[in-house]
Unconditional design. Structure first.
Ligand code: AMP
Ligand code: MG
Length: 416
């Protein structure tokens, strides 16, 4: 076997030449899945004021140090503090304020006694009579029932670091700090090209020798999944004019990346190769990867270009392994891969290339067990449909005995 390019080296070579896109302001409701383009600093404390964690009575804790069933302590209720109000006065020793969850602590109080620990029974909204006594039969610790200023975030704290992907928690946090928009990295625009005389658009009938173009759809969806904005070109026919026309059309849209599938294996490469060499400089690599050995990478008029293998599984796996890190770099996020480990549930053989086997995962005690999803043919997309994960068999491990522990890359949350 002539020498094959190591997968990690290929990724390194690709990433070297790629630059992260610039920032843009986006509304918070658009931020899910987007990448923070800058650190986000809290402009205020959260919570902005000390407040009660429960419905009860704000007190001076030391008033209660001797409290017990045998020594009930009576405090005079001097005010009522509903949520959203600001207390008008301070608490003195011997006094209490009725306080609602989230309402500001009055000056002088340093603990909140839950209403359940007092003689008073109230329904939300019931009035309380100022001047009445509240009886407490238990001591309370300083700080109990109080949420402190800046407990969640302090003004000046970095709450989200550049490169973080916004999820619901980050979006809620940013909203809590009163910010209605954020700076996110612009989404990479990616154009997808399929080629081949055998490919038929989905709305046309299938005639002998033809198949439907599935790669355009799986690749578009992968682009979306990893934060890009895909555009799909019409299928290129196996003629120089058609291939050239589709690539020219793709470049006219000024995308951040072009991905084609098919036409990079020996024998089919010449047509596409000819057009690529007119439009830029592209290297044809043979990667130590299964499925997905042939791969083209280069630049067409400055636009990064990936030529993926045509077989539907190979196209998807090379995307996951090689294109994804590149797309993430353009969008400014670090590799968010979700890897775990699993033991092989059966014997697996490979040809010695690093192999990404499509597997289902089942739980056995405290480990995942991986079983192949039927045929591993690089043309059989059902092997991906059924897969929970890709099991990564390292280079040169030609036989994986049952029970061998290997890394897996999750494709979805496995069913327990
Ligand atoms: P090629 O690299 O052109 O020889 O294609 C390799 C294999 O992938 C052939 O079986 C093609 O029919 C298949 N193929 C290529 N492009 C697509 C596509 N867009 N959708 C489904 N299968 C494809
Ligand atoms: Mg072809």
């Amino acid at each position: 076997m002539t020498s094959l390019l190591n997968v990690d080296r290929a990724i390194e070579l690709i990433l070297m030449g790629l630059e992260t896109k610039g920032p843009e302001h986006i509304g918070l409701t658009e931020a899910l899945g987007r990448v923070a383009a800058t650190d986000i600093i809290a402009p205020i404390n959260l919570p902005p004021f000390a407040n009660s964690a429960l419905d009860g009575f704000a007190v001076v804790a030391s008033d209660m140090s001797e409290a017990s069933e045998d020594n009930p302590i009576g405090l005079t209720i001097v005010m009522d503090i509903p949520a959203g109000s600001a207390p008008e006065q301070a608490i003195q020793r011997g006094e209490a304020a009725r306080i609602m969850t989230g309402a500001p602590m009055p000056e002088g109080a340093n603990a909140v006694v839950p209403v359940e620990d007092t003689n008073i029974d109230w329904e939300a909204g019931d009035p309380v009579t100022v001047g009445d006594k509240v009886i407490i039969t238990r001591p309370v610790k300083i700080g109990a029932g109080v949420r402190h200023v800046g407990e969640s975030a302090k003004a000046g704290d970095t709450i989200i670091t550049k490169g973080t992907i916004f999820r619901s928690a980050e979006i809620g946090m940013v909203a809590g700090l009163g910010m209605s928009d954020v700076l996110a990295t612009q989404q990479p625009r990616v154009t997808i090209i399929s080629s081949g005389d055998e490919l038929v658009p989905l709305h046309e009938p299938l005639t002998p020798g033809k198949i439907y173009d599935s790669n355009s759809y799986s690749l578009m969806t992968l682009v979306k999944e990893y934060g890009g904005i895909p555009t799909r070109m019409p299928v290129a026919r196996d003629t120089l004019e058609s291939v050239r026309g589709v690539f020219e059309g793709a470049l006219a849209g000024r995308p951040d990346m072009i991905i084609s599938s098919a036409g990079v294996s020996v024998g089919t490469a010449d047509l596409v190769r000819g057009v690529l060499s007119e439009l830029g400089s592209v290297d044809f690599w043979r990667i130590n990867l299964r499925p997905g050995k042939p791969l083209a990478f280069g630049h067409l008029r400055g636009v990064p270009f990936f030529g993926l293998p045509g077989n539907p599984v190979s196209a998807m796996v090379t995307f996951e392994v090689i294109v994804r890190p590149a797309l993430l770099k353009l969008s400014g996020s670090s590799d968010q891969d979700y890897y775990t480990t699993a033991v092989a549930g059966e014997r697996i053989t490979t040809d010695g290339r690093r192999s990404y086997e499509r597997v289902t995962l089942t739980r056995d005690g405290n480990q995942w067990v991986a079983h192949l999803t039927g045929t591993q043919s690089s043309g059989a997309l059902m092997s991906m449909v059924l897969a929970d994960a890709l099991m990564i068999v390292p280079e040169d491990m030609k036989v994986v005995e049952p029970g061998t522990m290997l890394p897996v890359k999750l494709l979805r949350q496995p069913r327990l």
